[in-house]
Design a protein around this ligand. Structure first.
Ligand code: SAH
Ligand code: SF4
Ligand code: F3S
Length: 481
């Protein structure tokens, strides 16, 4: 029997719920009398969307009878949820998968699964097929929803299974195992229609599919009722939410409806596209007492010429106008952005335009990336690829400028009181706790276990470019969010 290749649209044989039950029965039989439940180890690369998917994979695995373990050696099921956004992300995922070879050698009954964005590309599926013979199941990004079915088929003797595309169905009614009780990702839509010329995401995640507003609001209400204090609405471009539903309901409406839920929680969202950052949305955020005072508005480049080649569909003027309106309505808001340096054809003056916008906007933080050609995207085929030394030089110049700006902005927090949602002790010093402000700044302070998952007020004593340091206080914060 040869490997099984499952095509888009191949009939799903029965509901996944049915397969969850079938796999649980197999596991119960195999572990009967041993008193030991099989372990599942999930390694996640990439963005918050992948983390949210992994929480669903963890939920499904638990429903099938697996228990989460921290070491792949203790696992009977190893899942690598991959990312393809840059070459480096793919290499990291491949080397993680490579490390499971000896685990599989030692224990051939371990099932090794690779899923996510990297594995939604045919050439990567072929590579895994040929060079990673110990990988049992390979699933493209939306195909992870079929894990119970494919796991059942593999456990009952089918050869290795490869499923590139799971179709467009939205994963409702899937058990979710949230990593944290006090903060949660809440996917509101899947896929992307924008086709920025450098980006692989639309190819690996498919077209935009919005969840129904009532499902999202119900999930948010349930999270708040369970004590969640920080909800991030997730999508590749949240402000085009709802366009595909055709019900005259958009992201601004969703912000209003989720904000109307009673409770002490912060509402965040990731990521928005500047072309769709409407005044209606900005007004809705300004009017909300729940919306965190943080706006991540990816610029990518400050040069009109490069923005056009990137197919971003806004220019400097439109971007700066949006920023001005955001600041007019929410003067205390933290702004962050993504920048790509070294896009094909980027000349020194284009890069200067990017630095110029950074000086004008004065972001709280930027995430900068060196352009990485992605197979199948238009930018990978463009002429005038920028040499690696120049990319590196520009990257370093960007980081240096931004460090100075971040340091200056944060200095203003000295002696002020901020409201912090506490995450827990730091890895290196157990008495130092960290948490986030409404503007998403990281704050370190002397905390205690009871603070974890709660809001505390912290008076800032010392600031750095990427963190604020202080002590807990009874004084009121300057922003109650
Ligand atoms: N949907 C989100 C971003 C998803 S990818 C948005 O549009 O904002 C996250 C970031 O990775 C992008 O904002 C971009 O800055 C960066 N990125 C995407 N493709 C890249 C590539 N080929 N090379 C380098 N950086 C890239
Ligand atoms: Fe990629 Fe552009 Fe879509 Fe963001 S909006 S995921 S950068 S194609
Ligand atoms: Fe990576 Fe896929 Fe997210 S490519 S950045 S995990 S959408």
């Amino acid at each position: 029997m040869s490997d099984t290749r499952i095509a888009r649209g191949d009939p799903i044989c029965g509901s996944q719920q049915h397969y969850i039950e079938l796999v649980s029965e197999i596991i119960a039989q195999r572990t009967a009398g041993t008193g030991k439940l099989p372990g599942v180890y999930i390694m996640t690369f990439g963005c918050q969307q992948n983390e949210a998917d992994s929480e669903r994979l963890a939920g499904v695995a638990e429903a099938m009878g697996y228990v989460a373990v921290d070491n792949p050696r203790d696992a009977s099921l190893i899942i690598t949820n991959t990312c393809a956004v840059r070459e480096h992300a793919e290499q990291k995922a491949l080397s993680a998968i490579g490390r499971y070879k000896h685990i599989k050698n030692e224990n051939p009954s371990t099932i090794v699964v690779a899923c996510g964005c990297m594995t939604a590309q045919e050439h990567r599926q072929n590579e895994l097929k040929q060079r990673y013979p110990y990988v049992d199941i390979v699933l493209g990004s939306s195909a992870w929803q079929r894990l119970p079915e494919l796991l059942y088929r593999r456990l009952t003797g089918e050869k290795r299974l490869f499923c590139l595309d799971g179709g467009d169905a939205i994963p409702e009614d899937i058990p979710v195992k949230h990593e944290f009780s006090y903060k949660a990702w809440l996917p509101i839509m899947y896929g992307c229609n924008n086709f920025c010329s450098y980006c692989i995401v639309p190819y690996v995640r498919g077209r935009e599919r919005s969840r129904r507003p009532e499902d999202i609001v119900a999930e948010a209400r349930e999270l708040v009722a369970r004590g969640c204090r920080d909800i991030t609405l997730l999508g590749q471009n949240v402000n085009s939410y709802g366009k595909d539903l055709d019900i005259g309901y958009d992201f601004a409406d969703l912000i209003k409806d989720v904000s109307a839920i009673d409770g002490d929680f912060r509402l965040r969202f990731m990521t928005s596209h500047p072309k769709d950052a409407t005044r209606k949305l900005i007004d809705a955020l300004a009017a909300s007492d729940k919306a965190a005072r943080h706006f991540h508005l990816p610029l990518q480049s400050g040069s009109d010429r490069i923005l056009k080649a990137m197919n971003r569909r806004y220019d400097r003027a439109k971007y700066l106008d949006t920023v001005a309106y955001i600041r007019e309505k929410m003067p205390d808001i933290a702004l962050t952005t993504d920048i790509i340096v070294g896009f094909p054809g980027e000349a020194e003056e284009d890069f200067e335009d990017t630095l110029d916008i950074i000086r004008r906007v004065r972001y709280d933080m930027i995430f900068s990336f060196v352009f990485s050609p992605r197979r199948g995207t238009p930018a990978a085929e463009m002429e005038n690829q920028v040499p690696v030394e120049i990319k590196t030089q520009r990257y370093l110049a960007l980081v240096e400028l931004q460090n100075a700006v971040s340091e200056e902005i944060n200095r203003k927090f000295k002696d002020s009181v901020v409201r912090v949602l506490c995450d827990g002790p730091s890895k290196t010093n157990k008495s130092i706790y960290s948490g986030r402000t409404s503007g998403n700044k990281i704050v370190f302070f002397h905390g205690e276990p009871a603070d974890i998952g709660n809001f505390v007020n912290v008076k800032i004593e010392r600031t750095e470019a990427f963190a604020l340091h202080g002590e807990k206080t009874d004084e009121a914060p300057f922003d109650k969010r």
